[in-house]
Design a protein around this ligand. Structure first.
Ligand code: SF4
Length: 339
């Protein structure tokens, strides 16, 4: 199997929706939360794509298109894999027409042994899409476009012959995750996710910008009897402009996830992990320093001053440098690709 990404929780990124600015092909999205500030997809688009920033004033300069060859890539794969759908934009961005999502789900339907992972900061649009569109609509969309995508139509016909086309949502090989950087995002986004039909529901808590309480009273009150999460991905921010991530925020999320029987995947501590209190630092396999660059500093003698672990991995992604209790990388049961 070929991996085309270094993202630890997936094997492959699948970007079949592009955004053209005139003749320049790239991608597009608009920033929604604080977590979007240092968007890696925008940085790649500025270098290698259509050259536009991901800002609302550029929205009318782009035209979203489906790239036929890329759309059909999963039909050519011989091995199963974990697939991150549209890593360069937001699959549920309101400006992407629904037919593009319908046709994407038709392809996912044809590859039940692959596990498709969709992350969004547009949970309202996600909920609306599943209310407005059935799986049958996705099937019909692909059939109506059989002249454009004959291979997809043939695959769906074969599935139909085997009576393997699922009757209704959810698709069992699709995970839906909302991206949450801080408590405000959690309170706003999670209720939509919990109302959306999904075989696997999760949160991508990356970049983590503050403490997040998942059992917040507000969420429970809004959603009595709601389903829980299956998966939490947690990570600090990487890159030159990375914002600090306190290791204690990660630790508390692991504890909340484990207590609720969620699979937890700690991706990285980020480029600027911090710790408060010398007591925690004792459990760290690497050294620490204060903001002045000393491990014992006359100016930072308080227990509460932030301390910075001296990690070698630039994204904080090497777990041999982490405290032992943070070394958790789990997938929800049955979600590893099947061979
Ligand atoms: S939602 Fe994702 S792709 Fe879109 S601007 Fe935010 S970080 Fe970038």
């Amino acid at each position: 199997m070929s991996n085309n990404t270094s993202i630890e929780w997936t094997d492959h990124t699948w970007n079949f929706i592009s955004a053209y600015a005139g003749r320049r092909r790239g991608w597009f999205c608009t920033k929604r939360t604080k977590a979007c500030a240092n968007c890696y997809a925008e940085a790649i688009n500025l270098r290698l794509g259509n050259g536009l920033t991901y800002t609302p004033n550029n929205l009318d300069k782009v035209e979203f298109r489906v790239e036929t060859k890329l759309l059909l890539d999963p039909l050519r794969w011989r091995t199963s894999r974990k697939v991150f759908v549209n890593s360069m934009t937001d699959f549920f961005h309101p400006s992407i027409p629904d037919w593009m999502r319908r046709i994407g789900f038709a392809v996912m339907m044809c590859r039940p042994k692959c596990w498709f992972q969709i992350l969004t900061k547009q949970p309202e649009k996600m909920e609306q899409f599943f209310q407005d569109n059935t799986l049958g609509d996705c099937f019909t969309e692909a059939m109506h476009r059989a002249d454009d995508y004959p291979r997809l139509a043939a695959s769906l016909r074969a599935f139909e012959g085997l009576e393997m086309v699922p009757a209704q949502w959810p698709l069992t090989n699709v995970a839906l995750l909302v991206s949450v950087g801080e408590q405000k995002d959690a309170d706003e986004f999670i209720p939509y996710l919990l109302r959306t039909p999904a075989a696997v529901r999760g949160l991508s808590l990356e970049p983590l910008l503050g403490p997040v309480k998942l059992e917040s009273l507000r969420i429970n009150k809004l959603m009595p009897g709601a389903p829980g999460f299956d998966w939490l991905i947690i990570g600090g921010e990487s890159g030159k402009k990375a914002r600090p991530c306190n290791i204690e925020w990660i630790r508390r999320l692991i504890q909340q996830g484990s207590a609720a029987d969620n699979a937890v995947f700690v991706k990285q501590l980020g480029a600027k992990p911090t710790m408060s209190g010398i007591a925690y630092a004792a459990a760290l396999p690497v050294g620490i320093e204060c903001k002045h660059g000393y491990d014992v500093c006359p100016k930072c003698d308080s227990e509460d001053k932030p301390l910075y672990p001296k990690l070698k991995h630039k994204k904080g992604g090497d777990w041999s440098e982490w405290p032992a209790d943070l070394r958790v990388r789990e997938f929800p049961p049955g979600c590893e690709p099947r061979t």
